[in-house]
Every structure is written in structure tokens, then in C-alpha cells.
Design a protein. Structure first.
Length: 128
């Protein structure tokens, strides 16, 4: 079974908002249990990553507008998209990821190359 090409708007969303596979996995984990609050320790255990990496991922997702944070001695994060549109894109991304896992992960890994090419293309257009 071959995978379908990723929709253009999902590709753009991934390039702009999803920094790494752990970012995607954490986002989908919190999305799927949106009433649960998570700290970096819990996320690190669920994603099999280092505590500091999980903390950075959660902080990035908060800054991007995917999560709400509650501070006590430790920061607790909960899925709470800053707009209806952002929430809808996460829903669509989850569906696309379920059916096109390889294409999504390849795009995330190639993200830096894509951004560099977009910058080069923009510079070339500006120069002309």
C-alpha cells in the first residue's frame, strides 16, 4: 500500500510548527488526553527521551500555541490550542500521520533543508 502525498497545507504546518518527531509525538499525546496535565518528567518517560529534551519540547509547544501551562513547583502542560484553526490542523495532522507515517517523519527530518531552500528561493526572487 503506497502512501498518498501530504496535503500542501499539512506540509506547510509541519514545516512551520513541528520542530522534531518528539514535538509531534508529545503534541499528539497531549491532544489525545486533553484533560490530563503533564510535566516534563512524565513526557520524558512516555517518549523515552531525556528530561531536559522533554522540557524543551513542552516549552516549544507552549510557545507555538498548542498548550496551556500551569506553574507550581513544576510546570504542568495541557493541550489547549490558542485557536480553533490550530486545533483543526492538529486533528488533520493526526489523521495524516496515522496514514502517512513515513512521509510525515521524512518531512520533519527534512524540515531544515526545506526552510533553507525556501529562504534561498525568497532571496533569489528578491534579488531579481
Amino acid at each position: 500500500m503506497s502512501e498518498k502525498p501530504l496535503p500542501a497545507d499539512i506540509q506547510k504546518f509541519i514545516i512551520l510548527c513541528i520542530h522534531s518527531v518528539p514535538h509531534l509525538e508529545a503534541l499528539l499525546l497531549l491532544h489525545n488526553d486533553s484533560q490530563q496535565e503533564w510535566d516534563a518528567h512524565e513526557i520524558s518517560q512516555r517518549l523515552y527521551t531525556r528530561h531536559d529534551t522533554a522540557g524543551e519540547v513542552l516549552s516549544d509547544l507552549f510557545e507555538t500555541g498548542f498548550l496551556a501551562v500551569r506553574k507550581r513547583n513544576v510546570r504542568f502542560y495541557r493541550y489547549s490550542p490558542s485557536s480553533r484553526e490550530l486545533g483543526e490542523m492538529v486533528e488533520r495532522l493526526e489523521d495524516v500521520y496515522a496514514s502517512n507515517l513515513i512521509a510525515v517523519t521524512e518531512l520533519i527530518h527534512a524540515r531544515g533543508k526545506v526552510k533553507a531552500q525556501q529562504f534561498a528561493d525568497a532571496f533569489r526572487l528578491w534579488k531579481d
